[in-house]
Write a protein that binds this ligand. Structure first.
Ligand SMILES: Cc1cc2nc3c(=O)[nH]c(=O)nc-3n(C[C@H](O)[C@H](O)[C@H](O)COP(=O)(O)OP(=O)(O)OC[C@H]3O[C@@H](n4cnc5c(N)ncnc54)[C@H](O)[C@@H]3O)c2cc1C
Length: 424
């Protein structure tokens, strides 16, 4: 197996460049951007589309921590549930010093955009384009799919032109336009018109381009400051989750929009009717909603894990059930200035709570996350094992902040908070 030993603070983009230059290798999966550090990306389950999260490909982790006597130790975690915990640990096992990460030969990706009306058509295309991701365009309510697949075909002659197009037109011009309407104009009517008629004009359909994965799979999403809510649902929940999301966005965008009886029932079931009534007419979503497929991770608590509770037969191993059921992440991006973002924050909070209850949706550990610690724990059947490993690895809670302390607190526990030991 190909692997690399890399320092925890190395940025993914530097790692990609070194791997490519020295070995013609790359990483098996990439997120939207490559600015993150290796430790930061694995610790929150960072993922792309069509493959596992980066955490899944971690072979071993070197961690600095304190033992029960408060003595600093450096430990190499190489197997079992300890490794599954370390692959996505929210910083709770100690300070990650370096990571051994699976690599692969550099490869090429063919990409083109198409527009669809129905989610079933998009799902059908997955077989031919396993790396695809798609965007539900609000107010037009069609789906733009970025069809992607690995290929042995030669790199396209126009690959540089295509990347300049994607950078200048999509990453810069389209985002500036959205910023202009969201921050300056702020008219729901105009935002809807832009989404329906202008944004689709930025997308060239059917231009097939082959280029190396390390450039093809990423965008320059870090250029403009924003916040994101990203919710993960299992495949069977995806159509209903998207339908619910669309109906909520329609309902909050205008006071006069009718609420269907199905949505009403869902909102009543989740005690959210009153909240949505208060939000009516206050928020018009202006940005394509990105959906990505993530294969199940061999971790304890990354968002795409299928790990269940401890398997009594195996020493510290877990059933993963249903083992190969993928997850889909749904991302809502917001470019409003922080002082004007109150309505979005309330909508995001409501969506998180409702979709958690209705569809078992898990929020990304590294993005907006308003679920209570009890709700979060309930989404991860292997959470108790994760907690036990954290308690063992960091017996005095030296690496916890107030939030992870609450998250890792045993339910109904009345124990005193752990004392932080500062060894000399
Ligand atoms: C523009 C943008 C695009 C993004 N795109 C994606 C995407 O496509 N897919 C996706 O899944 N996510 C995405 N994210 C989320 C991002 O990948 C995560 O938030 C990631 O954790 C950020 O990495 P960082 O190095 O900046 O982490 P930091 O903010 O430095 O760290 C995040 C957490 O990791 C832990 N940590 C970091 N370093 C260490 C260490 N040495 N030892 C122990 N614990 C450590 C800590 O708990 C810390 O709170 C995106 C974020 C941005 C801002």
């Amino acid at each position: 197996m190909k692997f690399v030993d890399v320092g925890a603070g190395c940025q993914i983009k530097r790692l990609l460049a070194e791997l490519n230059e020295r070995k013609q290798w790359t990483l098996p999966s990439l997120g939207f951007i490559t600015e993150q550090s290796v430790a930061g990306s694995i610790s929150t389950g960072t993922h792309g589309s069509g493959r596992h999260s980066l955490s899944h490909y971690v072979i071993s982790v070197r961690v600095a921590r304190y033992d029960a006597n408060g003595t600093p130790v450096i430990e190499e975690i190489t197997e079992g549930d300890e490794l599954r915990a370390a692959r996505c640990s929210l910083g709770c096992l100690g300070v990650i010093l370096s990571v051994r990460m699976q690599c692969r030969e550099a490869y090429r990706v063919e990409e083109h955009f198409q527009e669809y009306r129905k989610i079933d058509e998009v799902e059908l295309a997955e077989e031919r384009f396993p790396l695809q991701q798609f965007y539900l365009v609000p107010w037009r309510w069609t789906i733009f799919v970025q069809h992607r697949r690995e290929t042995d075909a030669k790199q396209s002659v126009l690959k540089h032109a295509y990347h300049w197009y994607r950078f200048l037109v999509i990453d810069v011009a389209m985002h500036l336009l959205i910023l202009f309407f969201v921050r300056l104009i702020r008219s729901s009517r105009l935002i809807k018109a832009v989404c329906r008629w202008v944004l689709p004009a930025f997308v060239i359909r059917g231009w097939h381009v082959v280029a190396p994965s390390r450039t093809q799979l990423v965008m320059q999403h870090q250029l403009f400051r924003h916040v994101e809510l990203e919710l993960f649902v299992q495949k069977r929940q995806l159509p209903s989750a998207l339908e619910f999301l669309e109906q909520v966005l329609v309902a909050v965008s205008e006071r006069s929009n009718e609420i269907s009886s199905k949505l009403r029932a869902q909102l009543n079931d989740t005690d959210s009717m009153e909240r949505i009534e208060r939000l009516r007419g206050r928020y018009c979503h202006p940005y394509p909603i990105c959906v990505r497929k993530i294969l199940p991770d061999d971790t304890l608590i990354s968002m795409a894990t299928n790990a269940t509770s401890r398997n009594p037969l195996g020493q510290g191993s877990h059933d993963t059930l249903p083992a190969d059921d993928p997850w889909y992440s749904i991302t809502l991006t917001n470019f409003q200035a922080p002082k004007s973002r109150e309505a979005f924050d309330l909508v995001a909070d409501m969506l998180t709570k409702c979709m958690s209850q209705l569809f078992g949706a898990r929020p990304h550990w590294g993005k907006l996350n308003s679920l209570s610690v009890e709700e979060l724990r309930s989404h991860y059947p292997a959470f108790d094992t994760f907690r036990e490993i954290c308690d063992k690895s960091d017996p005095h809670g030296a690496f916890r902040n107030a939030w992870t302390q609450r998250l890792l607190e045993a339910p109904n526990s009345h124990r005193q908070p752990n004392l932080v030991v500062h060894p000399t």
